[in-house]
Design a protein around this ligand. Structure first.
Ligand SMILES: [Zn+2]
Ligand SMILES: [Zn+2]
Length: 140
């Protein structure tokens, strides 16, 4: 049994959970890429009856009987739920209070995985940004 909590970026939506985690997966599907504006997303599979939300949540029906919830104030993506998985809600792991504690154990829908992810280990890294904000072009 896990005891977990999370929130959206602005804090208007929070969630708490105590129960079984049914999955810890990274999804590379094209719908998740588009919906989260990110190359992939990570989910926790949670039992709906043990999951509590506070705050106003909107959702978008991304395909028939499949819903993606988000905070209407800050736009943070909160969950995926679908009639295909009636006994679990997939909560975005990045909304965890401490997302660094998350440990995925599977990657799915690899056919649409962003090709450049393979290059990540060889791309230069920086503690902050690699350059200062751009200045007006005419001042150069
Ligand atoms: Zn919010
Ligand atoms: Zn997906």
């Amino acid at each position: 049994m896990a005891s977990l909590a999370g929130r959206c970026m602005c804090g208007a939506v929070t969630w708490t959970y105590s129960g079984e985690v049914t999955r810890n997966l990274v999804c590379h599907c094209a719908d998740c890429q588009r919906a989260t504006s990110s190359p992939f997303t990570a989910f926790l599979g949670l039992r709906p009856g043990h999951l509590s939300w506070t705050g106003d949540i909107r959702h978008y029906e991304s395909s028939p009987n499949t819903f993606r919830g988000f905070c209407p104030s800050c736009g943070t993506r909160l969950y995926f739920r679908s009639g295909k998985w009636p006994y679990e809600v997939h909560v975005h792991a990045a909304t965890l209070t401490d997302p660094g504690d998350y440990r995925p154990d599977a990657q799915v829908v690899m056919r649409s995985r962003a090709k450049w992810l393979d290059q990540l280990p060889s791309i230069p890294v920086h503690d902050g940004f690699q350059q200062k904000p751009a200045v007006p072009a005419e001042s150069l």
